[in-house]
Ligand binder design. Structure first.
Ligand code: MLT
Length: 337
């Protein structure tokens, strides 16, 4: 049998195995890829979603999480969901932007300045528009939002407070053009790398540092291989729960409603979880030996360099400067032009 034929046969078998007929209706065990580890903000949202989804379908459907990138890199899971070989994925927004560039407005440095900003944008009209764009561009539907906090810079070399301190440090970033451009604006060439390879690269000192929120640094045990933290606020990490649009369209109306309602409730739970847990997690990182420094001068030089160079570079891909201005206006901030 040719490879394509074998793959098709394997896909049919896999589908048949995950479907069971219960009382005349087809029950399914959905698969959810999760990029992060047990105890992460993604895991917290995923657990809540699964619990709510199963309850809302009266136990007819189940869902199982596969943590720690077991089902592939975060960007690969977007492809898999797009072609319908994966049902759900929980991943950082920066790993969706390459497939649906307008989502980049949430990754532009210093646009989202608080959890309240993140909630307002994701749960309001702008969030709805980005959900529609992502279905159109990437074949996946965002049904929930994880709020994980600001991405802080960690490294194993030295305390970093100024842009001068940053020079010469090798920093891993996701394969995301906006984040690459941000570090270039700060004077260094970062190393783009899949999330699933990051811990080992830090451990083997292929790279010196990376950025991710406190909750992620903690759940991924980065304190074992990183010492210094710079409390940057350049990107507030939002991590969507996506469902394959073709899988979603194959669901009956009641199951679709269960997905949407469970996603919304899990989103609210995620915000409450961040509010409740972030301070204690930061304390625990200190107790585990990390050193946390504030960027010098209220982060002024970092903010100026990144917004001046990076915002204009991405106006076109996010849908024009008007798009950024709509976002800024909705957050009560001044437009850029
Ligand atoms: C990344 O750095 O690629 C992501 O933030 C990883 C994650 O999902 O936490």
């Amino acid at each position: 049998m040719k490879l394509a034929g074998k793959l098709a046969a394997a896909a049919c078998l896999a589908t048949a195995l995950s479907l069971t007929v219960v009382g005349g209706a087809t029950a399914k065990n959905f698969k959810m890829a999760v990029g992060d580890a047990h105890g992460s903000a993604q895991h917290e949202l995923g657990t809540k979603f699964v619990e709510l989804f199963e309850a809302k379908t009266g136990g007819k459907h189940t869902a199982k999480m596969f943590l720690n990138g077991q089902l592939g890199s975060e960007q690969d899971t977007v492809n898999d969901a797009a072609i319908g070989t994966l049902d759900f994925s929980l991943l950082a927004i920066n790993n969706i932007t390459p497939f649906s560039p307008s989502v980049g407005v949430f990754t532009l440095p210093y646009v989202i300045l608080s959890l309240e900003d993140a909630e307002k944008l994701t749960q309001g009209d702008i969030g709805k528009e980005l959900v529609a764009n992502t279905i159109r561009d990437a074949g996946v539907r965002i049904v929930g939002w994880t709020y994980t906090g600001f991405r802080v810079l960690t490294n194993s070399k030295k305390p970093i407070k100024t842009l001068e301190d940053l020079q010469g440090v090798i920093v891993r970033v996701p394969k995301n053009e906006i984040m690459i451009a941000s570090y270039k604006a700060w004077g260094i060439n970062p190393t783009p790398m899949a999330w699933s390879e990051t811990f080992t690269a830090l451990q083997q000192k292929v790279v010196d540092g990376q950025d991710n929120p406190y909750l992620t640094v903690h759940s991924m045990k980065f304190y074992e291989v990183q010492k210094y933290v710079t409390a940057l606020r350049y990107i507030f990490s939002i991590e969507p729960l996506i469902v394959s649009e073709s899988v979603f369209q194959d669901m009956d109306e009641a199951t679709q409603k269960a997905v949407i309602d469970a996603g919304l409730e899990a989103t609210l739970h995620s915000a409450a979880h961040l509010r409740k847990s972030e301070a204690a997690i930061k304390e625990d990182l200190l107790a585990k030996g990390m050193q946390i420094d504030e960027p010098a001068d209220g982060e002024k030089a970092w903010i100026e360099a990144a917004t001046k160079a990076v915002w204009p570079e991405f106006f076109d891909s996010i849908g024009g400067v008007e798009k950024l201005n709509t976002v800024l206006k909705s957050l009560g901030r001044d437009p850029v032009q």
